[in-house]
Design a protein around this ligand. Structure first.
Ligand code: UT7
Length: 336
């Protein structure tokens, strides 16, 4: 009997309308289109505007589109997992809000917090519920309103991040396609280099924390960069080794979109001589920036029409925690 695997059977993205260009940023802080483009590869990013709209707004749009596109009745959904670092509220979970908005009243739902590796962790977690035969239809959403925790006076972080969401439907597959394997890791000692100082239980919000601008992303860019290059590359190589894959055999690298130069290093370390310029490497950073949990599903959404049944894909990410890893899957349908 062929093994039951969790396969992606549909993907949908949502990005807000407002485009924040490098040019506009260069009027807000001391930066330039030249610096941002050459150091990160980003030209523009989307920003969610509007009173009272949080991450669940984007996640809901993505899931509604996904249900429509795949002709799925929300009542059939067993579970919704939302990967996010910018939940609408500390509680309840953003996944609960999304499930309610889309009418998935029979589903249970929860969030996973793993910063930029959130979607990777979530999709592998979700896949286990399908592969064991426990559930039939699981939705994984990766969504972040990074603009809600970015200091737009800090040029070292405000140029990088954007807002967006993507969602995938996972269903059982007995034809050999789906999620095959993963290498997932974390190292909590990395927290000092990338975190939000206040607003959690260790340092709740006070007048002082607000005045000190502690409710924003704090990042030691260079240190995070080095760790991202080393660990993402190692995780990709490890998952390739475990599955006897060569660079030639891999059809797609779907990497987290934090920095074009990190992706270039990762692609080269897995054996793609052209690095980020290889046709096998998915890139959307130029138009969406770093949307944290949104990058991997937004890549899938953007490249969906080019994907073919059986394509071998490696998803890879690195982020706050530190968290990182790589997932190997084979694509289950021809893109339209
Ligand atoms: O997704 C989650 C994980 N996050 C990441 O993977 C991000 C990893 N880190 C990075 O992508 C890069 O470190 C950054 C894009 C954040 C920064 O690039 P960098 O090449 O590492 O620059 P740097 O921080 O070493 O700064 C180099 C120079 C500094 O000036 P001096 O000290 O050499 O005079 C910065 O002040 O660039 C300056 N700088 C800027 N200049 C213009 C920093 N940000 C900017 C800016 N515009 N926006």
């Amino acid at each position: 009997m062929t093994k039951l695997r969790a396969a992606i059977t549909g993907v949908q993205g949502y990005v807000p309308d407002y485009v924040l260009t490098n040019e506009e940023l260069s009027r807000m802080v001391d930066t330039s289109d030249e610096w941002i483009t050459s150091r990160t590869g980003i030209k523009e990013r989307r920003i969610l505007k509007g009173e009272g709209l949080g991450t669940s707004h984007m996640g809901t749009k993505a899931v509604q589109g996904l249900l429509e596109k795949t002709n799925t009745d929300p009542q059939e959904i067993d579970l919704i997992i939302c990967a996010t670092t910018t939940p609408d509220m500390v509680f309840p979970a953003t996944a609960n809000l999304i499930a309610n908005e889309v009418g998935a009243t029979k589903a249970f739902s929860y969030d996973i917090q793993a910063a930029c590796s959130g979607f990777l962790y979530s999709i592998f977690t979700a896949s286990q519920f399908i592969a064991t035969g426990m559930y039939k239809k699981v939705i994984v959403v990766g969504a972040d309103k990074m603009s809600s925790i970015i200091d737009y006076t800090d040029r070292s972080t405000c140029v990088i991040f954007g807002d967006g969401a993507g969602a995938v439907l996972l269903e059982g597959n007995e034809e050999g396609e789906g999620i095959h394997d993963a290498v997932l890791q974390s190292d909590g000692s990395g927290w000092v280099h990338l975190h939000q100082k206040a607003g959690g239980s260790r340092r709740p919000a006070t007048m002082e924390t607000v005045q000190n601008r502690e409710h924003f992303v704090y990042q030691e860019g260079k240190h995070v960069f080095k760790n991202a290059v080393t660990n993402m590359g190692a995780a990709v190589l490890q998952v390739m080794k475990q599955n006897n894959l060569t660079a030639e055999a891999v059809d797609w690298l779907n990497p987290h979109q934090a920095n074009r130069r990190i992706v270039d290093n990762t692609a080269k370390s897995m054996g793609l001589a052209d690095g980020v310029d290889s046709e096998k490497v998915m890139m959307t950073i130029h138009k969406f920036g770093n949307t944290t949990s949104g990058t991997l599903p937004l890549n899938l959404w953007d490249y969906e029409s080019r994907l073919k049944k059986g394509d071998k894909m490696i998803l890879a990410a690195f982020g706050g925690g530190f968290t990182w890893g790589a997932v190997y899957l084979t694509w289950a349908y021809d893109g339209k």
